[in-house]
Ligand binder design. Structure first.
Ligand code: HEM
Length: 401
């Protein structure tokens, strides 16, 4: 165990990158404690990338770790999580992912371009006439939520239900969560899954033009998917649509406000939008951690790994590895060949990456075009999540044109 590396939570929420950099200087793979977890902290880009692609690093902890003492009340929520592709290994992972992939093709995403533009215009129109805005509340939270709920076929009047439910899920899987927290948020996860159980049975009787109906059709065409797996897939898509892209948009706009020369550069040449989004993803990834377990004993990057060892794979740390990115602390939207692990790598590579990129590009372009003389009203506060990086709120002044 490495005892040189103490984490100060407040400092970490503010700036996790100094902590990652200190860790990497000791070793790109370091056995340490971090919040409620103990295991290998991986901050080297190459180590992280290889690990994410290597089937010896698995997702299903129950295969390699002794059963934990978990309160009865939390078990149903854990059972739902364990049905999600994000927490499965092959062959179950492959089966679940193929099925969702069929319903969620890049062509389907490209077809969403018009509706993402329309939603962004609608939200900006609602901001007109006001000079002070809370960007998350008014824009960056609503855009991905409208897109994913429409895509799945969640009725508009039910959209608000998911705010608490998806926050509960994030709490459930974060690194600073205690057993008491788990007990508190379990009910929300059960409520959310009951909601989908009901919606799925409605679509079985009367299919519509939506992702849930597509999943039901794909299932009927041969892929075996249990009712609970179907619910878990819907829940995962919905939460991923809630908790990540909002932070891509907000972190991105904040970064541009803090780097006026980059803002001007982008404003004067909007063809830079795709590379600006990649640099935003690298510099302030909405997801800075994922995790894996060792399937067996083996040697990796000069370390003796034991079956059941836990890995805290720091995607945010890897993105700042100076062996891969020159001057990683510089935010530069004109970088060539930007390398980041913000969507992970290997079999669990983010299934929603094309959608997230599309939404991020449209949102940032619209904000740049339509917000006139934007100014930060106050320095925003970071959310107290370890793995998910976003703000509590982002208050700005700007007129809307
Ligand atoms: C900027 C936005 C996003 C980021 C940074 C992000 C990041 C990630 C990461 C890091 C993983 C893999 C974690 C691992 O390897 O353990 C992942 C998986 C996943 N993401 Fe995203 N995501 C984003 C947006 C979305 C959206 C919009 C959707 C869908 C609507 C989505 C759906 C998924 C799904 C279904 C998986 C599981 C894939 C699997 O296990 O095979 N994501 N995402």
């Amino acid at each position: 165990m490495n005892n040189q590396l103490k984490v100060n939570p407040q400092q970490f929420y503010k700036d996790p990158y100094s902590y990652f950099s200190n860790a990497r200087k000791i070793s790109p793979m370091l056995y340490t404690e971090l919040f409620q977890r103990t295991g290998w902290l991986v901050t080297g880009y190459r180590e992280a990338e290889i690990m994410l692609k290597d089937p010896r690093f698995i997702k299903e902890a129950t295969k390699v770790t002794p059963p934990e003492k978990i309160p009865e009340s939390v078990m149903p929520a854990i059972a739902i999580n364990r049905k999600m592709m994000l927490f499965r290994d092959a062959p179950d992972h492959t089966r679940l992912r193929n099925l969702v992939n069929k319903a969620f093709s890049p062509r389907m995403v490209e077809n969403l371009r018009t509706s993402v533009n329309e939603i962004a215009d609608y939200l900006l129109a609602n901001m007109k006439g006001k000079f002070t805005h809370e960007l998350i509340h008014d824009f960056s939270y609503l855009l991905p939520v409208f897109v994913i709920t429409d895509l799945l076929g969640v009725p508009k009047e039910d959209r608000d239900l998911f705010r608490n439910w998806s926050e509960a899920f994030i709490k459930f899987i974060d690194f600073n969560t205690t057993m008491e927290d788990l007990e508190l948020v379990s009910k929300d996860i059960i409520d959310a899954s009951n909601y989908f159980r009901n919606l799925i049975s409605l679509r079985r009787i009367e299919p519509k033009e939506d992702l849930i109906s597509n999943l039901i059709i794909a299932e009927e065409f041969g892929d075996k998917l249990s009712e609970d797996e179907m619910i878990a897939s819907c829940l995962l898509l919905l939460i991923a649509g809630h908790e990540t892209t909002v932070n891509l948009i907000t972190n991105g706009y904040y970064l541009l406000l803090k780097h006026p020369e980059q803002f001007e550069l982008l404003k004067n040449d909007l063809t830079l939008i795709p590379s600006a989004i990649e640099e935003i993803l690298r510099y302030e990834s909405p997801v800075i951690f994922t995790s894996r377990w060792a399937r067996e004993d083996f040697e990796f990057a000069g370390n003796a790994i034991k079956k059941g060892d836990y890995f805290m794979v720091s995607l945010g740390g890897a993105n700042y590895d100076p062996n891969v990115t020159t001057n990683p602390e510089t935010f530069d939207i004109t970088r060539k060949n930007i390398k980041h692990l913000s969507f992970s790598s290997g079999p669990h590579f983010c299934l929603g990456a094309p959608l997230a990129r599309l939404e991020g590009q449209i949102a940032i372009e619209k904000l740049i075009r339509h917000l006139v003389n934007p100014v930060l009203i106050e320095e925003p506060t970071r959310r107290k999540n370890v793995a998910f990086r976003g703000f509590e709120s982002l208050k700005i002044q700007a007129s809307i044109q």
